[in-house]
Design a protein around this ligand. Structure first.
Ligand code: PAF
Length: 251
């Protein structure tokens, strides 16, 4: 397993794998079993696998949230090694934003709903970094979790809009045994909050209206940013203490 710290370093490494299919899992680190499932698929379906680890500051509208984002570098390396990752691309900010974020990818419709409404600029940052990563990594297939369904949809549509030569592979949400969707943010929950968090999935997964689910979440003590049905799915974002959690289920 080799680590590249700049686009130039990565491009040099990529040359020795020219012509091979490449599976790519873009992440912000703090890896868990959900990421592991992406890496395993990437490994299985391609000749080489690449993991990127970069906590992308441009997608955080809240500076505190960025500063508190969990960083677990050593454990991430061990997990990557265990899952047969060939290259880790972990760029510095300066190397991946030589333009200081003056150039952006902006989607002007779906990105303004749901998380885009509560986190202005979030998806501009996500789409811009993913476009940069695709340009550098040159993946055959890229793996994204359905937990971030809005992100996944926006990336699928960006690939179509810009004719990018990559196949996006959606991967099912992995859940803890109590139903809580796996997320890097879960480690920030206190013991009390962690006990309460599985209620999110239990409530949205019932055969009730989104309005009723919203009501039940509020009653259970969550700060509800949204709970809406769209595109055949129910999407939810709630605040639990200082942590914002999202989930979605098919309806
Ligand atoms: O889902 C994430 O971890 C991030 O939004 C991504 C896709 C790696 C972009 O920074």
């Amino acid at each position: 397993m080799i680590i590249a710290r700049t686009p130039a370093e990565y491009i040099e490494l990529r040359k020795s794998h020219a012509g091979k299919s490449l599976g790519f899992a873009p992440t912000m680190g703090a890896l868990h079993a959900g990421h592991e499932s992406l890496l395993q698929k990437a490994r299985m379906e391609n000749e080489i696998s690449v993991l990127s680890i970069f906590v992308n500051p441009t997608q955080f509208n809240d500076k505190k949230d960025f500063e508190k984002y969990p960083q677990t570098w050593d454990a991430d390396l061990a997990l990557a090694e265990k899952n047969g990752v060939d290259i880790i691309f972990a760029p510095t900010f300066e190397s991946i934003y030589p333009d200081q974020y003056t150039y952006k990818i902006i989607e002007s419709d779906f990105s303004k709903l749901l998380c885009g409404k509560d986190r202005p600029g979030h998806f501009d940052g996500v789409l811009t970094i993913v476009m940069k990563l695709f340009q550098i990594v040159q993946p055959t297939r890229a793996y994204f979790g359905e937990k971030d369904f809005q992100q996944l949809t926006l990336i699928q549509n960006m690939v179509k809009a810009f004719f990018l030569p990559v196949t996006i592979v959606p991967c099912p949400t992995l859940r803890e045994s109590d139903g809580l969707a796996m997320s890097s943010r879960n480690v920030r929950l206190s013991n009390e909050e962690r006990k309460k968090a599985p209620e999110i999935y239990r409530i949205i997964n019932q055969k009730i209206s989104a309005t009723e689910a919203h009501h039940q979440l509020t009653q259970a003590g969550f700060g509800v940013d949204y709970c809406v049905d769209l595109l055949g799915r129910r999407f939810v974002a709630v605040r639990l203490g200082e942590v914002r959690l999202i989930d979605n289920v098919q309806i």
